[in-house]
Design a protein around this ligand. Structure first.
Ligand SMILES: O=C(O)CCC(=O)C(=O)O
Ligand SMILES: [Fe+2]
Length: 251
C-alpha cells in the first residue's frame, strides 16, 4: 500500500533535504502560509528567477514556496486522496482549478518574473499532479501542442534532476545551442522542494524535458538521494476540455 499519510510526510521531509533552507518562511515576498488568504495586500517586491543562457524561456525560482506553503499543498493533496492505491501516481484537473493551485498561478504572475510574457485569462485551466516514488521518473517529452505556451512546475517533498535536451536535430545544431559544447547528455536542472520552474517559448516548444528513473542524482559530484517527490504542473489548454484526454508519459 503506497498511500502517503501525515506521518510518512514528516518522515519524508527529512529524507534528502538536509540542505533545505527554510529562511524564506518569514519572508513576506515569498509565497507564504497565507496562501489564498490575502489577495488584496499591496504588491510585493518582484522576485527574480534564475535564467539559463542556453535555454531561452526557462526560468527557475529557487525555494519560491515557503516551507509552510509546501506543507499546506501536500496536506491538501493527501486529504484529496489523489494518490491512493499502489499504482496511482498521476492525477489531473481540468477547468476551474482548486483555489490553492489558482493562487500559485496568480502569485507567480503578480509577485515573480516567472510568467512575465504570459497574459491570459484564465492563467491556467489544467493541473497535473505527479507522485514519483524513489527511482521513478518521466520519459523525455515536449508537452503536447494542445497546451498553450507558459507552463509552471512546482516541486514538493524531494529533489530530483530534470534533464533538458533539444527536441530536434535541427534545434541541436542551432547556433545558439551548440556554441557552448556538447549537448548529448542534455542540460541538468536540479529541482528542489519549493522550487518553481517556468517553461516559456523555446524552453516549452524546442526543448524536451525528462526526469531519469534513478535512485540518486549526481550533481557535480554531490550525490543526492531521491525521496518521494510530488510535482504540480499548471498549464492552459488551447482546446476544449473534451479534446484534452491525454496519455501519461510516466515510466
Ligand atoms: O514532475 C515534473 O517535474 C514534470 C512533469 C511533466 O513534465 C509533465 O507532467 O508533463
Ligand atoms: Fe512535461
Amino acid at each position: 500500500m503506497h498511500e502517503l499519510n501525515t506521518d510518512q510526510l514528516e518522515e519524508l521531509f527529512g529524507s534528502d533535504n538536509s540542505d533545505f533552507d527554510d529562511s524564506f518562511s518569514d519572508d513576506q515576498t515569498r509565497m507564504d502560509a497565507r496562501l489564498g488568504s490575502d489577495r488584496n495586500r499591496s504588491p510585493a517586491r518582484m522576485l527574480t528567477s534564475e535564467k539559463f543562457g542556453r535555454i531561452p524561456g526557462l526560468r527557475l525560482l529557487r525555494q519560491g514556496l515557503s516551507h509552510s506553503v509546501q506543507t499546506k499543498l501536500l496536506d491538501t493533496i493527501i486529504s484529496a486522496k489523489y494518490f491512493n492505491g499502489a499504482t496511482n501516481n498521476q492525477a489531473m484537473h481540468f477547468g476551474d482549478l482548486p483555489q490553492q493551485f489558482q493562487d500559485i498561478g496568480q502569485w507567480a504572475k503578480r509577485d515573480t518574473d516567472l510568467l512575465e510574457s504570459i497574459d491570459r485569462e484564465p492563467l491556467f485551466d489544467q493541473a497535473i499532479l505527479n507522485l514519483y516514488r524513489p527511482g521513478e521518473g518521466i520519459r523525455s517529452h515536449v508537452d503536447l501542442q494542445k497546451f498553450d505556451d507558459g507552463i509552471l512546475i512546482v516541486s514538493l517533498l524531494s529533489s530530483c534532476v530534470m534533464i533538458m535536451t533539444p527536441a530536434s536535430e535541427a534545434q541541436k545544431h542551432a547556433t545558439s545551442y551548440s556554441e557552448e559544447g556538447n549537448l548529448d547528455d542534455g542540460i541538468p536542472i536540479l529541482l528542489r522542494p519549493g522550487d518553481v520552474l517556468a517553461m516559456i517559448g523555446p524552453a516549452r516548444w524546442d526543448w524536451a524535458h525528462c526526469i531519469p528513473a534513478r535512485l540518486v542524482d549526481d550533481v557535480n559530484g554531490d550525490i543526492i538521494q531521491r525521496g518521494s517527490r510530488v510535482s504540480i504542473t499548471l498549464r492552459k489548454l488551447n482546446c476544449t476540455t473534451a479534446d484534452a484526454i491525454e496519455l501519461g508519459h510516466r515510466q
